[in-house]
Design a protein around this ligand. Sequence first.
Ligand SMILES: Nc1ncnc2c1ncn2[C@@H]1O[C@H](COP(=O)(O)OP(=O)(O)OP(=O)(O)O)[C@@H](O)[C@H]1O
Length: 362
Amino acid sequence: MAILELKNIIKQFGDTTVVNDVSLSIEQGEFFTLLGPSGCGKTTLLRMIAGFESPDSGEILLDGKNINALPPEKRPLHTVFQSYALFPHMTVQENIAFPLKMAKWNKDKIIPQVAELMEDVQLEKFADRYPHELSGGQRQRVAIARALVDRPKLLLLDEPLSALDARLREHMHVELVKLQEETGVTFIYVTHDQSEALALSSRIAVMNHGNVEQLGTPRDIYSRPKTYYVADFIGKCNLLKAKVTEIEPDTLRIRIADSFELSLPNETGITKVGQEGWFAIRPEKIKANWDPRSEDGIANFKAVVKGYYYYGDGTLYEFTLENGTVLQCMLANSRPHQAAFFQDNDEVYISINPLAGNFLVK
Ligand SMILES: Nc1ncnc2c1ncn2[C@@H]1O[C@H](COP(=O)(O)OP(=O)(O)OP(=O)(O)O)[C@@H](O)[C@H]1O
């Protein structure tokens, strides 16, 4: 059942439409992420859910009730920001207990509730420290514990990890997912970092200029992007110009980069021969070998190695097809020794399974 529903939300600042008719339904217990580049409207959408901004039109429903007119302090939710906003004169324990004191909880109930949260975020040892005696990661854990202590219906997180270094961020990803599962609180997370969104979320709404461009699980969004924007924004992707040359009931034949043809399922019901677009395929879905592959349905092309970049877990190769088109291919460095598979100017065969990519309409 949906805990939060956004219905046709529109928000303008002056002449600019920042959120453009967004409708979303978020389920109880989800880790839901709003993902997009700076300025796409994700923070404004989160601020409207929190009540810090009002939509110009549209409805926000929490548990089926319209909360458009409910002031922020009356909404059963908390927001965690990039800056920790802890009370400097209070210890960790006092900071976490604060919402319960404000809600006039009985002291006997406050103590075990705070102890449980401190354990969840592994801060028991720091209970009597003040914020200035903690690291950035520890402070953010206090902020998150404080925001969860009264078990809100929603926890809103606005780029909460962006002030932390990469290693600590990865550690916090694991902690956040665990916390969300343990508490069962619905998380709504805002980030511009696509790898963070893929790692954390049950579902992602990819935003672009105030619109939700695609909504789906991390796997859907990564492996079946529906638009050029999503394919390009999330991860690395080969986006090759393509044109429909034939349509059969369930199959499309497309000519790619003016050099080769592939047949693939007509997933989006394209009806126009000559339709222009792109063939999108992730670098790790492309294979490169010394000889062509002979499996059914696999297309093979001659290519030359133009360069390669060592990434530790994989090597990214750039190949040039005979007509000059460049393709990127990621090969896992899974062999025990370190030598590269191919060297510059080697002649190889690229093989593409059409089912590993998709046709995006222009
Ligand atoms: N109070 C405001 N008054 C006028 N314009 C605003 C206001 N708040 C946000 N904007 C504008 O609305 C647009 C969307 O801002 P928003 O903060 O929602 O984007 P964002 O995707 O969260 O980006 P960022 O990650 O940079 O915060 C931006 O162009 C921003 O300048």
